[in-house]
Design a protein around this ligand. Structure first.
Ligand code: UD1
Length: 417
């Protein structure tokens, strides 16, 4: 099974291409609704965008506008990322506040405080963040920034902003997610001077400008993890590539604990071999290298069918357990206590009409549908289409019976065995 390029890398690397005063080619970009929206934001800023299969050419030599349009930002939180590059390159940025979403309030005060520490004047007016760099040169200044929480988005925003700042920036308690490292590698390929990405302290020495590059982004660890759980929940052997196994350490450890085997074959291939039963596990989500919150819902579907009781604790987002009610409609036995889900494994799930509440919840319901007796009809595919490239085609290739009832985004998927 072929794993696509990482959604979360693609989104931030596309925003990061605004830093470059020449054109860039970015390869391995997945075809996703979220990616299309980020490209729309770039187009709205007057940047030239050309798509060539999974490669995208971005020519941001001239940025025509410094205001990101509300109608796109409100549909794609990640488009807030353009604030860092715009401010660094143009000395001014106006980006609507992205607001909350299905999984939580998702504030951006860590991004804003970091930009202020770098000398930006930032105020929020009529729901838009207005940021500008005072002074005739319009350049941010290097600063020492401690993040109260290792936020992925804040680390990425501040790292991008610092690449073109005067002097050195140190981000302490930085996020260590592989997508942060991928962004740093992309920026370095354009001539940025960044050390320590992938650790909790990132040091960026500002440079006057960045140059053209041709960069391929990493494979999607969450898509790979979702397929590994598909193997576990359907007791099927499957092989995935390309993957970077170190990006999946916590997920692989939990799959082993649940009784399966994940075998590394060469540098970039993983094989899942099922065990006899699904054993119960406890897990708690956390920043990388902890267990990814983006895999929590899929593991909950798996634990619904385990031989015993499991406990899943969500610590990253405050409202990321809405799939519990839908899994229970399929016969799961899951109780909620605050941010904890107490899961009593059942012998089988039964197909039912279910509603996707967010991106990873929809993946979890597909997984549950694959394992359930009878047919599951999943509504709300607009969530799934944000983050999984060709999901039905890939599952069909693995032998699943899954059809999309209509081509529209709000269509239903019918999943049966
Ligand atoms: C990114 C990923 C998302 C993943 C998440 C955690 C992208 C496009 N999305 O989201 O898929 O689930 O990392 O791995 O890369 N927070 C604050 N204040 C801030 C910023 C964040 O309180 O200024 C809080 C958030 O509300 C949340 C927690 O920090 O509770 C983690 O958020 P963060 O790491 O920033 O996630 P995102 O970058 O939004």
């Amino acid at each position: 099974m072929a794993i696509s390029g990482a959604k979360n890398s693609a989104l931030v690397v596309l925003a990061g291409s605004l830093l470059c005063s020449q054109s860039c080619r970015i390869r391995n970009i997945p075809s996703l609704v979220d990616v299309n929206r980020m490209l729309e934001v770039l187009l709205a800023l007057g940047v030239k965008v050309t798509r060539d299969g999974s490669a995208v050419d971005i020519d941001a030599t001239a940025i025509q506008h410094t205001r990101a349009p509300y109608d796109i930002v409100s549909r794609l939180r990640a488009s807030f990322f353009v604030i860092g590059p715009l401010l660094a390159r143009m000395g001014v940025a106006r980006v609507p506040l992205p607001g909350g979403c299905e999984i939580g309030a998702r504030p951006v005060e860590l991004h804003v405080r970091g930009l202020q520490a770098m000398g930006a004047d930032v105020h929020i007016d009529h729901g838009t963040v207005h940021a500008y760099v005072p002074g005739s040169r319009g350049r941010l200044k290097g600063a020492r920034i401690y993040l109260d929480y290792p936020s992925v988005g804040a680390t990425e925003t501040l790292m991008m902003a610092a690449t073109l700042a005067d002097g050195e920036t140190v981000i302490e308690n930085a996020a260590q997610e592989p997508e942060v490292t991928d962004l740093a590698n992309f920026c370095r390929a354009m001539g940025a001077r960044i050390r320590g990405a992938g650790t909790n302290t990132i040091t960026i020495a500002g440079v006057p400008s960045l140059h053209s590059t041709d960069y391929g982004i990493i494979p999607d660890r969450i898509e790979a993890g979702t397929f590994l759980v598909a193997g576990a929940i359907t007791h099927s052997e499957l092989t995935l590539s390309p993957v970077i196994p170190e990006h999946l350490t916590a997920v692989i450890a939990k799959l082993h604990e649940a009784g399966g085997q994940v075998i590394s074959e060469g540098m970039n291939q993983l094989r899942y071999v099922p065990g006899d039963t699904i054993r119960p596990i406890d897990l708690q989500t956390g920043p990388f290298p902890g267990f990814p919150t983006d895999m929590q819902a899929q593991f909950m579907a798996l634990m619904a069918l385990c031989d015993g009781n499991s406990l899943i604790t969500e610590t990253v987002f405050e409202n990321r357990l809405r799939h519990v009610a839908e899994l229970n409609r399929m016969g799961a036995d899951i109780r909620l206590n605050g941010n904890c889900a107490i899961i009593k494994g059942v012998s089988h799930l039964s197909g039912a009409p279910v509603l996707a509440t967010d991106l990873r919840a929809s993946a979890a319901l597909v997984l549950a549908g694959l394992a359930a007796n009878g047919t599951t009809v999943l509504e709300g595919l607009q969530h799934l289409d944000r983050g999984y490239e060709c999901l039905e085609a890939k599952f069909k290739q693995l032998g699943a019976q899954i059809v999309r009832r209509s081509a529209s985004a709000t269509a239903e998927a019918v999943i049966s065995v």
